[in-house]
Design a protein around this ligand. Structure first.
Ligand code: 6R9
Length: 707
């Protein structure tokens, strides 16, 4: 459709407050909270003026802007464009003009592991802490300096090479948050192998699907994971997954490497007897038995510089169709963007800051901000194996005090959980070393934002509400802690190089000024993903063909206020967000209908106090199978979803119905089911498209009966 392509940049120009002054700002920006003065004085970006001028340059001269930042890292071979800046970035976002592609820093050769470790050691940080491991049970804590971490990584990369893993080979990790995970990730990066982390809460079937999709040559796992008082037998799940791979696809990875974990009793914790871990000597290796011989190995370190456009990793994420997408990030762009966003958004100073990002390494937040971003900036990162409420709700704040954490980054869902325990557990800690708080994963309600600010931050600390996605590699819309006046629940303004627009969902025109629309991005930033693994048409269809004219469509909606502040409101498509986990309605529906009892399913999410959203499934049972059914088909269907996807995707309620509200063309009207599930039946909106109006009354009654 026709659209105005204004080149205006949505950053408020009339911001009347000088940086560093706290309290009330003048102008329309009434209640915005100014950055703390001491922070602004030392920050990489210390005022809105500085942000604006850097931002404008990043849009006018992106090649120069990003070349300079890339130059702060090590390139074995310089990327093209040192003399001709226009070669730094080549791209096309518009499928009507040809294939969609983005190429940053082509011709350059670099290495993630080298930049995270060797470069920092060269700069004199060898004896500084790099990885601070806090176990589920505190007696198992351990700190690795940059030197020590490089030693571990180098040893493990020698092992990988000896196992026949090389550049481009895919390695899946299904591991708890223990040091072996970052060590294995950095070792893969060191030799150019492509890691794909599968969050250890996924089921055997989900793991199998990913193993086959990326044709993994090796799987690295642990005997078990320990989460609070729970033991999860990971190796057993891996064996189940590989059984499924063999049966369905005749595929098997060459090797499974197993790290012994949770095999000792600590106080009254449960543990896993090592003899109970299934082990296949033809295929499996114990990490602890086989690594030691490489420690003393005289062979040279296998570190290899690789092309900027080679894949750094694959990470699977949910979309609006049933099959998860393997998001592929290119090395050069991802490296530069993880580095730059960490530097500016967390205001990192090498050798000084200590980052505690609570995200599991199985999610993108863990990749970019638990591991790579802090190390690339010469900062220590905290790796916490446990949960926020074990042994009690003080644990995170104890870790903050114990390790003198300066940057704390978590999700609204975790904050809501802790808020439920009241303020007392927080007040037992000082949190005096903290400088910056961050949030990510879902919209943060004003109430939670204020609790974070007042109780955790003692009203002194800025909160960076960072909006971004697996696909974007790093922060996209976010405050800068030393510059941006904050408004609760607003992710504020775009990061450098990002040009966001709000598009009208109906005709696709750009909405300028105050308004609400579909959040899209007009041009590439270095962290943008380069493909969907093995499915380039999905890359184009899901992200670049949603609107005409060459836009990256995020799938989220957003609102812009009169001061230009952006508020991300949530997904516009069929993707749900449960406790910060992305889950497609189609994924859950396809799990449900795989149960012989279920012939049709419609899944929606409704608001939930702690989880943000929770899942409700409407199902039609097979009348012919009713007799063989158990007494509790609803429960069986919940188990089915747990087994197919993982416990975090289980519906909170399953409601049995005889028919579903559909349009005449057969599309399920989830909008109506959502209201029925939430008990919101006064105003169901426009129901004129319904094929059978009686289905609504039927579903309402079924919902009420099921309560
Ligand atoms: C980084 C990450 C991405 C989806 C995204 C959006 C939601 C993330 C948010 C946010 C509002 C924020 N989301 N951060 N919504 N405010 N600050 O979470 O990646 O797992 O791919 O999820 O999460 O809906 O589209 P991912």
């Amino acid at each position: 459709g026709a659209k105005s392509r204004s080149s205006s940049i949505d950053v408020p120009r009339n911001h009347a407050v000088s940086p560093g002054r706290r309290g009330r700002a003048r102008g329309t920006n009434g209640d915005a909270i100014e950055p703390p003065m001491e922070l602004a004085a030392r920050a990489h970006v210390g005022s809105m003026e500085q942000y604006r001028s850097m931002y404008n340059r990043s849009i006018k001269e992106p090649e120069m802007f990003w070349s300079e930042i890339a130059g702060e890292l090590r390139w074995e071979t310089a990327f093209d464009g040192v003399d001709k800046p226009e070669e730094v970035l080549e791209w096309n976002f518009d499928p009507s003009k040809g294939e969609v592609y983005v190429k940053w820093f082509a011709g350059g050769r670099t290495n993630m592991s080298f930049n995270c470790l060797d470069l920092q050691i060269e700069r004199g940080l060898g004896d500084s802490p790099a990885l601070i491991f806090e176990a589920n049970d505190a007696v198992n804590s351990r700190i690795f300096t940059f030197n020590e971490l490089r030693e571990e990584v180098s040893t493990f990369s020698k092992f990988l090479v000896a196992q026949g893993i090389g550049k481009g080979d895919r390695v899946i990790m299904y591991l708890p948050m223990i040091p072996m995970m970052p060590i294995a990730m950095l070792a893969c990066a060191r030799i150019g192998a492509v890691h794909s982390i599968v969050f250890a809460g996924y089921s055997a079937k989900s793991l199998a699907q990913r193993v086959v999709d990326c044709q993994a040559k090796m799987i690295i796992t642990a005997s078990a994971s320990r989460r609070g008082k729970k033991i999860i037998p990971l190796k057993k799940i891996v064996d189940e997954a590989l059984e499924i791979c063999m049966q369905n696809d005749g595929f098997s990875p060459d090797r499974v490497v197993v790290k012994g974990n949770a095999d000792t009793r600590i106080d009254d914790t449960p543990f896993l007897n090592i003899d109970d871990v299934p082990f296949n000597p033809q295929r499996d290796l114990w990490w602890d038995d086989d690594i030691s011989q490489y420690r003393m190995d005289e062979k040279p370190d296998p570190m290899e510089f690789i092309d900027s456009l080679d894949p750094a990793f694959i990470l699977y994420t949910s979309g609006s169709t049933g099959k998860p997408k393997g998001v592929v990030h290119a090395l050069g762009g991802y490296l530069v963007y993880a580095y730059a966003t960490s530097k500016f958004v967390f205001d990192l100073h090498p050798g000084e800051d200590i980052v505690f990002c609570t995200a599991d390494l199985g999610w993108i937040t863990g990749h970019s901000y638990t591991l790579y971003g802090p190390l690339l900036n010469g900062c220590a990162t905290v790796l916490f194996e446990g949960t926020p409420t074990y042994p009690n709700a003080e644990i995170w704040w104890n870790i903050v005090d114990k390790h003198r954490v300066t940057i704390f980054y978590t999700s609204p869902t975790a904050l809501r959980t802790l808020q439920g325990f009241g303020d007392a557990p927080v007040h037992k800690s000082s949190r005096a070393t903290l400088r910056i708080l961050g949030t990510v994963g879902e919209p943060i309600a004003k109430e939670t934002w204020l609790w974070y600010h007042e109780i955790i931050g003692d009203k002194k600390l800025p909160i960076v509400d960072t909006w971004w996605q697996t696909e974007t590699g790093g922060h996209i819309i976010t405050p800068l802690p030393g510059a941006t006046p904050l408004k609760p629940s607003s992710a504020t303004f775009p990061f450098f190089g990002v040009e966001p627009v709000l598009l009208d969902p109906v005709d696709g025109h750009e909405i300028d000024g105050e308004g609400e629309g579909s959040l899209c991005i007009k041009r590439p930033w270095p962290g943008i993903f380069m493909d969907v693994h093995g499915a380039h048409e999905r890359y184009e269809n899901s992200y670049f063909k949603v609107f005409e004219g060459g836009y990256y469509a995020s799938g989220d909606g957003a609102r812009r206020d009169a001061d230009g502040y952006l508020y991300v409101t949530g997904r516009l498509d069929d993707v749900m967000n449960v406790s910060g986990h992305r889950i497609g309605t189609a994924e859950v529906e396809s799990a449900l209908v795989q149960h012989p009892l279920c012939i049709e399913a419609a899944v929606v999410s409704i608001g939930h106090e702690i989880k943000g959203e929770t899942i409700v499934a409407f199902v039609i049972l097979d009348p012919l199978r009713k007799k063989e059914a158990t007494q509790y088909p609803e429960q069986e269907l919940v188990f089915k979803v747990r087994a197919e996807i993982g416990p975090f995707a289980a519906p909170e309620r399953v409601i049995v119905v005889k028919n579903l509200p559909k349009t005449r063309s057969g599309k399920i009207m989830r909008r109506i089911l959502k209201k029925i599930a939430a008990g919101n039946i006064e105003d169901l909106g426009d129901v004129s498209a319904l094929a059978d109006p009686g289905s609504i009354e039927h579903c309402i009654q079924a919902e009420q009966r099921a309560r």
